[in-house]
Design a binder for this molecule. Sequence first.
Ligand SMILES: CC(C)(COP(=O)(O)OP(=O)(O)OC[C@H]1O[C@@H](n2cnc3c(N)ncnc32)[C@H](O)[C@@H]1OP(=O)(O)O)[C@@H](O)C(=O)NCCC(=O)NCCS
Length: 166
Amino acid sequence: MSDDTILRPFSWSDVPAITRIYRHYVEHTAITFDTEAPDEAGIAEKYAGLMKLGHPVIIAEREGRTIGYAYASFYRPRAAYRFTCEDSIYLDPAEKGRGVGTRLLTALLEQSRAHGFKQMLAVITADTANSIAIHEKFGFERVGYYRSVGLKFDRWHDIVHLQKAL
Ligand SMILES: CC(C)(COP(=O)(O)OP(=O)(O)OC[C@H]1O[C@@H](n2cnc3c(N)ncnc32)[C@H](O)[C@@H]1OP(=O)(O)O)[C@@H](O)C(=O)NCCC(=O)NCCS
């Protein structure tokens, strides 16, 4: 990764880039099980929720351009799950495989720990090799496998759960 990539907290000016990056994965992949991409208002509402809860949201920026983001959100909404988070990391597709995800996940683990989360879950579409690989690199263990739980692009998709104690 070039040295001029910086990590910083989310700002509202990131909403258009986040919307664009996420739309790519919604429309072209089964990495996310969303089938309709949220517009900027939908993304702003989601991030307002994360901000209100004080959950970690980290932006990767290069030369003034938002090139990726990571956040930790509740794994499930019910109260007893409140110490368990799920991570999400999405890079501009042109930025994959250059170490930005590694930097984002390093920072996200630190900030999630500082926030008070105790466990992090990664919920990954089973054929997404690089996403599984990056989590295993950080010591996440495979703890669950669910068959045919998502239907997208006329195909049933499996998911794998990986977990790391924080
Ligand atoms: C998954 C993602 C976050 C990884 O970030 P990245 O910057 O591409 O990954 P890095 O360059 O930091 O590489 C991290 C590790 O992933 C693995 N990896 C990277 N590219 C890979 C590839 N093409 N195939 C298999 N493994 C790969 C390697 O283990 C690598 O570690 P190493 O370089 O020390 O061997 C990023 O590719 C991405 O945004 N993908 C699309 C969205 C997504 O799948 N998000 C995760 C769902 S929450």
